[in-house]
Every structure is written in structure tokens, then in C-alpha cells.
Design a protein around this ligand. Sequence first.
Ligand SMILES: [Zn+2]
Length: 60
Amino acid sequence: MFFNRRGQDDKPEVVMLDTEVYACSSCNGWMRKEFASADLKCPLCGNDTNFEMRELPQIE
Ligand SMILES: [Zn+2]
């Protein structure tokens, strides 16, 4: 599911996607599922992460 935002000005459209991420439980660190480390630990502090959905700009 995605949202195609069409503004009234001429800015390029940013497509937002519901993205699967792993978010850290103790800091602001997070990683996309496709780039997650093998042990699913936070890339910043090494704590456990929680799986969640976030709306993020689409990456090509
Ligand atoms: Zn962290």
C-alpha cells in the first residue's frame, strides 16, 4: 500500500511507503528490514530492536 502525494505546486512527488523496520528499544536508532543486521541489534547502541511499520520515502 502506498500514497501518491500530488501537491498543488511543482515539487517532485514523494512516494511514501509503509516500510518494515526494526526500531531500537532504547535509542532513536532503526534500520530497514532489508538492511538489518543479522542479529537484529541496534546499529547505534547494540540493544534489542522491535519490528514495526513506518511510513518512509520510497527508495529506488
Ligand atoms: Zn539503539
